[in-house]
Design a protein around this ligand. Structure first.
Ligand SMILES: [Fe+2]
Ligand SMILES: [Fe+2]
Length: 200
């Protein structure tokens, strides 16, 4: 899906369905981090007003997602709690570092795009599984988010092309390298996983 090189392991959806509450708590943290990362990227490039505005709009949407996941947590009597261990984003950023150019902006935007792509892929799995579970509100929410995160993937890749001075070929090549690294990471984390998270 999108640019992903490795599909999510089939065991993932079984873990997810066995503990949807845990998925929701992890998902809430992911949305909060998505908003925070968009703003921290904007803060690194304060002189680029178009970039700052695009990332601010994106952060606002992620914050809206966060607030709405919190609504599901509250309805289920859950609390947000401390952030779960999340090696996915940390290791993806670490792996991406060596190919950083332009102060790393293109790479950082593409890492953002990949995180969106993986969210999309897993939301799709959740949507398919939730169809028979009698959770219509949750199903509708994930259908909406699937479309939103797919759009965010395109926002990040378009911003990367812009940051690369319009050099789409360079961005496509860099995204392909990062997508292979992301695929290796997802495969490795699946071997270690005993629970379902939105990413890793
Ligand atoms: Fe989101
Ligand atoms: Fe997103």
């Amino acid at each position: 899906m999108l640019c992903l090189t490795v599909p999510t392991d089939a065991a993932w959806i079984q873990h997810a369905l066995a503990d949807l509450n845990e998925v929701l708590v992890d998902h809430a943290h992911c949305e909060m981090k998505a908003a925070a990362n968009a703003l921290s990227l904007a803060a690194r490039h304060p002189d680029d007003m178009d970039l700052v505005l695009a990332l601010t709009a994106l952060a606002r949407e992620e914050l809206d997602h966060f607030e709405r996941v919190l609504g599901f947590l509250r309805a289920r009597g859950l609390s947000l709690g401390a952030p779960p261990v999340d090696p996915y984003a940390r290791e993806l950023r670490r792996a991406a570092n060596p190919i950083g150019r332009d102060g790393g902006l293109v790479t950082r935007l593409l890492v953002g795009a990949l995180i969106e792509a993986r969210s999309c892929e897993r939301f799709k799995l959740l949507i398919e599984a939730l169809r028979d579970r009698g959770e219509p509100e949750l199903l509708a929410f994930y259908e909406e988010l699937f479309a939103a995160e797919a759009r965010h993937f395109r926002v990040y890749t378009d911003l990367a092309v812009r940051a690369a001075g319009g050099d789409r070929a360079r961005v496509d090549a860099e995204l392909a390298v990062l997508a292979r690294q992301e695929g290796d990471l997802v495969r490795r984390l699946a071997d270690e996983a005993d629970r379902a998270t939105v990413h890793g």
